[in-house]
Design a binder for this molecule. Structure first.
Ligand code: FES
Ligand code: FES
Length: 169
């Protein structure tokens, strides 16, 4: 008898179904069953944040959850934030302000940062450092990551103000 479970997820707005062992880690289910390889495996022990996704509106390290627990969830990965032709404002600012070097931590960083800015659109530097504390980078020393996130927040806020002014005219 198979121990496999019929898993249904919504990933980046698309309904996905597959069979998996319920205690398979969500990160491996995303990468190996669905070929969604933006979330990375950096440690497997919930320390690095490279596997961060947004699950039902919360930042989750996808190596800390079994796929059976995630059944029915709505998940956003870095692939759902921008495309090569239409980068997310965070992706643009990471590029502009050198918020990455090897890039291994970047999908998790950007996915976490997107949630952070949704929760707090006008963060201070301290808010960003605190909010990103679960994501580790071995290359950058963090300074440029923080700069990139603050610049993205400024850009998002300016765009929103522009829209408000336009709507008022
Ligand atoms: S792989 Fe999940 S926290 Fe490092
Ligand atoms: S850019 Fe290399 S780990 Fe962060």
């Amino acid at each position: 008898m198979s121990d496999k479970m019929h898993i249904k997820l919504t990933v980046n707005g698309e309904g996905r179904e597959f069979l998996a062992e319920p205690r398979e880690l969500l990160i491996y289910a995303l990468r190996e069953h669905l070929n969604i390889t933006g979330p990375h495996v950096g440690c497997d022990t919930s320390h690095c944040g490279a596997c961060t996704v947004t699950l039902n509106g919360k930042s989750v390290k996808s190596c800390t959850m079994f796929v059976g627990q995630a059944n029915g969830a709505d998940i956003t990965t870095v692939e759902g934030l921008g495309t090569p032709d239409a980068l997310h404002v965070l992706q643009e600012n990471f590029r502009e302000h050198h918020g990455l070097q090897c890039g291994f931590c970047t999908p998790g960083m950007i996915t976490r940062a997107a949630k952070l800015l949704e929760e707090n659109p006008t963060p201070t530097e301290e808010d960003v450092r605190f909010g990103m504390a679960g994501n580790i980078c071995r290359c950058t020393g963090y300074q440029n990551i923080v700069k990139s996130i603050l610049a993205a927040a400024d850009e998002m806020n300016s765009a929103e103000q522009g829209q408000t002014v336009e709507a008022a005219e």
